[in-house]
Design a protein around this ligand. Structure first.
Ligand code: SF4
Length: 323
């Protein structure tokens, strides 16, 4: 590991000042430190933000604010999250080991890097790690890779479970940067790879995520998260589904679906949602809508199974929620 300076930020404003001068933000360190050990990331200065903005605040309008430095374990265990946002609690618990969830922060979870094996292999060609070098995944091992909104330059997936639930919940991130504060929907935080897969989010230089805000839970809705993976623990999703559903008189009155393991971002299934809204809440409808979401899929030989697996998981999750 290369030498770097370390500063523990006293507050968010100081952290932003140090980042504007070239420091990188350090949360729980569960991803960045690994990347530094492998010399994939080579920051010369770190500013530790893991002591800032911890805790969960319940607002009078029914929304819930989660400080960006809140540990994943604390979010999943919080009574209000478990009661009103079970999809989020389930998603967090399905991600990583208990030890990692104890250390990882919400902000760090949002900004973790892909687990594409070629990204971590400095001998491989990888446009995300080294722009313009190529993408060894396309001709190599790509069973776990993306099928939606991919590009010739990158087919990596976003690895988070938590973020998939946040997208289904219409959560927003609060951001502080050198130019002030702003708010962005989690669904709009990420970029598709296009020709610049090394640019993963819409965050500008030195911008810091300070909080995540969950809107008031939808009255009468039920929600859940299901993750399909090669092993039952410590594995990233082949396909995951976060869904929020409200059925009134056997008709879909409200539905929000987000998918993991299929794109470079937590994927909001808007095509399926449009097909479902106002339709009968029955298995055939769920199946047709889920399949419609994947009409634009561009799989490669080894990950083509996701195009049939994902709709089946979506349809089964919706069937379970509607029952
Ligand atoms: Fe790199 Fe993306 Fe290709 Fe993986 S899929 S090797 S992250 S460019």
């Amino acid at each position: 590991m290369r030498e770097f300076t370390y500063t523990k930020a006293a507050d968010a404003a100081e952290a932003v000042r140090l980042a504007a001068a070239g420091a990188r933000y350090l949360g729980g360190g569960t991803n960045l430190v690994d990347l530094m050990r492998e010399e994939i990331e080579r920051p010369t200065a770190l500013v530790d933000v893991s002591g800032l903005a911890q805790g969960i605040t319940e607002h009078p309008d029914g929304s819930v604010e989660i400080g960006a430095a809140t540990r994943n374990t604390a979010v999943a265990a919080h009574p209000r999250i478990r009661r009103d946002y079970p999809v989020l609690a389930r998603a967090i618990v399905s991600g990583a080991s208990g030890q990692i969830r104890n250390a990882a922060t919400v902000g760090g979870n949002l900004l973790q890097r892909t687990r594409c094996p070629y990204f971590y292999d400095v001998a491989a060609r990888c446009n995300k790690r080294e722009p313009g070098s190529g993408c060894d995944a396309r001709q190599g091992f790509h069973r776990t890779h993306a099928v939606l909104a991919t590009s010739a330059h990158c087919i990596a997936t976003h690895p988070s479970d938590m973020c998939v639930a946040l997208v289904a919940l219409d959560a927003q991130v609060h951001i502080l940067g050198p130019a002030g504060a702003r708010v962005v929907a989690v669904a709009d935080l990420y970029r598709d790879p296009g020709e610049t897969p090394h640019l993963e989010t819409v965050l500008g230089p030195a911008e810091l995520i300070t909080a995540v805000r969950l809107p008031r839970a939808v009255d009468g809705a039920v929600s859940t998260y299901r993750k399909v993976r090669d092993r039952t623990s410590y594995a990233f999703a082949l396909v995951s589904v976060a869904a929020v559903l409200r059925v009134v008189d056997a008709t879909v009155a409200d539905v929000r679906i987000a998918l993991g393991g299929v794109a470079s971002r937590p994927w909001r299934a808007r095509v399926a949602e449009r097909e479902l809204l106002g339709a009968p809440a029955e298995p055939d409808t769920f199946k047709r809508a889920a399949e419609a979401e994947f009409r634009s899929a561009r799989p490669l030989p080894d990950n083509a199974f996701k195009v049939s697996l994902a709709p089946r998981v979506v349809a089964d999750v919706l069937k379970g929620l509607s029952g």
